[in-house]
Design a protein around this ligand. Structure first.
Ligand code: PLP
Length: 410
């Protein structure tokens, strides 16, 4: 079989923003877990849309509106194929992962849960995988349970088995932890939860666009992700929902385009996905999402996954050489393309500022996972996160700057 050698430097050159100096140093962008950079193809798709096709969708019969509607709706099918959904009607455009989870919490959970029911999630969820369930539990009287995290940053699967009682009506679980890099065994967990009749939601904010994803393989009922983390613009995201469930769910937001008929007293609603997309959507965002998916698929998700793991492994090795650095999350084996650590000689914010003065963009703090920081007894961590435009040389530069930081702070 022909072996394809990826030219990651060429891929890097597709991202215009990376070609700049920050504080007198070449920019090293290691904050993609927070938000990714955009390739020229995505930026161009937005310019093209606004220069040639811009109009509202679904509403008018004029040429521009038809073009905008066709372009917008074609992305629904593209997303469905990208994540292996059975139908494009299972794809709902949202503002992002947070809104997708809130939609399920407000619609499905509030319509289906009652006192005595249990929402099972984990202690490594992003706040957007915790707070919406807290709000839903307050409204419905349901109880929250959390799967604990072991010292090595993996989920306590024995505890999961014990917590998964017949009262569990919903399992909501993060696929790849944004604070540890842990890859959770979502396929096995979903299969296990289905046996007890629970509905399942996977937070794929850190896995979509980083590893090949397939809904049919995972078997979940809902899956959510954000466009801005996979090279698409901010403000656009996706909720996948199994059609039979979506069909049974009440709307969350009311407004234009989600209705069949409106009377002054009450209204009837369109079937999904329109039922869950009230008002003018982020049309340009959807066009950009389509361009981002085309771009990622041209590079290949298997290639991106392999590259991400190579960068993370290199970072683990290089950071391990620096005294006083404690890495959180799995130290070996498959992991997400990020490394989070606590340096005993500097506060994460000071370290991030030091790195910034050397042109390196990282994130320091609790990464919207405060319970996890408490679990590991750290005030916060420093996180270096990688994507397809990062190179091994940048990891070496990170190690060099961290070694200098240790001398500086110590
Ligand atoms: N879930 C995970 C695992 C995340 O990493 C993030 C963002 O960092 C979110 C949810 C929330 O995503 P957004 O802010 O795009 O809605």
């Amino acid at each position: 079989m022909e072996r394809i050698i990826m030219d990651w430097q060429r891929i890097r050159s597709d991202f215009p923003i990376l070609d700049q100096q920050v504080n007198g140093h070449p920019l090293v962008y290691l904050d993609s877990a927070a938000s990714s950079q955009k390739p020229r193809a995505v930026i161009d798709s937005l310019v093209r849309f606004y220069e040639r096709d811009n109009a509202n969708v679904h509403r008018a019969l004029h040429e521009l509106s038809n073009r905008a509607t066709d372009a917008f709706e074609s992305v629904r099918g593209k997303v469905a194929r990208f994540i292996g959904a059975a139908s494009e009607d299972e794809i709902i455009f949202t503002r992002g992962t947070t809104e997708g989870i809130n939609l399920v919490a407000n619609s499905w959970a509030c319509a289906n849960l009652k006192p005595g029911d249990v929402i099972l999630t984990s202690s490594m969820e992003h706040h957007s995988g915790l707070v919406p369930w807290q709000l839903a539990a307050q409204r419905t009287g349901a109880t929250l349970r959390h799967i604990p995290v072991l010292d090595d940053g993996t989920l306590d699967m024995d505890a999961f088995e014990k917590l998964l009682t017949p009262e569990v009506r919903l399992l909501s679980i993060v696929h790849i932890s944004n604070s540890l890099g842990t890859i959770n065994p979502v396929r096995e967990m979903v299969a296990r939860a289905k046996k007890t009749g629970a509905v399942t939601l996977v937070d794929a904010a850190q896995s979509t666009g980083h590893v090949p994803l397939n809904i049919a393989d995972i078997g979940c009922d809902f899956l959510v992700f954000s466009g801005h983390k996979i090279c698409a613009p901010t403000g656009i995201g996706v909720l996948y929902g199994r059609y039979s469930l979506l069909e049974s769910m009440p709307p969350w937001h009311g407004g234009g385009e989600m209705i069949l008929q409106v009377r002054l007293e009450a209204s009837t609603y369109k079937p999904p996905p329109a039922r869950f997309e009230a008002g003018t959507p982020d049309i340009a965002g959807v066009i950009g999402l389509g361009a981002a998916i085309d771009y990622l698929q041209a590079v290949g998700l298997e290639n991106i996954e392999k590259h991400g793991l190579e960068l993370a492994s290199r970072a683990l090795t290089r950071l391990d050489e620096i005294p006083g650095i404690r890495i959180l999350g799995p130290k070996s084996g498959p992991r997400g393309s990020l490394v989070a650590f606590h340096a005993e000689w500097a506060h994460p914010h000071d370290l991030v500022e030091f790195a910034n003065s050397h042109g390196i963009a990282m994130r320091g703090g609790h990464h919207c996972t405060q319970p996890l920081m408490k679990r590991f007894q750290v005030p916060g961590t420093t996180r270096a996160s990688f994507y397809l435009y990062n190179t091994p040389e940048e990891i070496d530069r990170l190690a060099e700057v961290l070694a200098a930081a240790r001398k500086f702070f110590a």
